[in-house]
Design a protein around this ligand. Sequence first.
Ligand SMILES: Cc1cc2nc3c(=O)[nH]c(=O)nc-3n(C[C@H](O)[C@H](O)[C@H](O)COP(=O)(O)OP(=O)(O)OC[C@H]3O[C@@H](n4cnc5c(N)ncnc54)[C@H](O)[C@@H]3O)c2cc1C
Length: 389
Amino acid sequence: MPNLFSNTKDAFLLKSDSELFRAKFLFNIINNRFLVKFGAYVANLTLKLKLPLKPIIKATVYNHFCGGEDEKQCELTIQNMFKHNVYSVLDFSTEDFNNESDFDLCYEKKISLIEYSKSKKEIPFTVFKPTCIGRASIFEKISLNNKLNENEKESWSRIKNRFHGICKKAKDNNVKILIDAEEFFVQKAIDKLALEMMIKYNKKQVIVYNTVQMYRHDRMRYLKKLILDYPEVLFGFKLVRGAYMEKERNRALKYNYKSPICKDKLTTDKNFDTAIDFVFKNLNQINFICGSHNELSTLKILDLMSYYNIDVNDDRVWFGQLFGMSDNISFNLAKSSYNVFKIIPFGPVKNLIPYLIRRAQENSSVKGQSGRELNLIQKEIKRRKLKKS
Ligand SMILES: Cc1cc2nc3c(=O)[nH]c(=O)nc-3n(C[C@H](O)[C@H](O)[C@H](O)COP(=O)(O)OP(=O)(O)OC[C@H]3O[C@@H](n4cnc5c(N)ncnc54)[C@H](O)[C@@H]3O)c2cc1C
């Protein structure tokens, strides 16, 4: 049934004909699990053997899903989207960081991105992934309540300082900050720090947002407990379904514990819906972002906004999609004046290869998602052809 998101003319207004054909080519490949597996293998080999495939990767999948190699290269995209009321969130790619000097480098980059964003109304949020500023094994030990040795205590204290440094910089410059959610084995420690940050920096307005993965069957309990235990605190939540399902299930099997993930997609969807209802009932205390490419979830929020008489551009409610995906949601929401941003990953091509492999795998494994993108792209190509003839 046609809805607000069926309008492909507005969805793809920033895409030239050749960019649309490139998108069609890419989603055709992504639709094919075998080709995605093969592509991932070649991309990994490119990384390992330093094969000279960068120009091909750059001209295809990189240019579709990423903004550029540095902030400057992203600027045209940011400006063009903003002309159509779509905001940007720059996400510097840091997939491979795993020692203290890498973490410091990542920290400095996040600080400089807040500095860069502070005077730009087109960039209302910045974002960071906790294990890019600290060792996953330390997050894991804290999550398990394990004792730390002296070295680990020092690492944990550095992680805390980096969290505080980023959130304070965000607060001082009035740029909101999103803390990404990660795998179950590190998430308890992330939640602990995120709560500390929200208590400290969300005094008069919400600056810090934690991410809540609703594919986890325990997350409604987590949300309810926070609101019950901290009635004075202003919370920011980015609600997502969750990106690590396969890994979580494999890890639970390997270490013989109950998987933290809902038993099926329907249960995840219901959990996501329940969280949305809960958030709307507590909007006096919660600002939230719906980080999703799901049309039904988005439409549900539009209905609730209308039911609760909430202005379309009320700052307490935002929508977020990833660059290169679901432009039909982003641009059509923006046209109706809702608050919407795209997360734009950027950085050197080699740093972004793991991200690109994940996007391709996610699209090919999520039933219907790449098919939906492809249908919309084909529909727009056809519409443009008819218009010309
Ligand atoms: C702006 C933005 C920010 C994001 N930030 C994060 C983040 O910080 N951390 C993070 O983990 N992810 C993050 N994601 C990714 C997100 O969690 C989802 O993986 C992705 O958006 C797909 O879910 P969906 O709601 O868009 O679409 P849908 O296609 O409706 O849902 C797909 C999702 O449903 C769930 N699912 C699928 N099959 C099953 C099954 N059999 N059983 C149980 N659940 C199932 C999985 O979570 C899967 O990703 C972000 C996404 C966006 C758009």
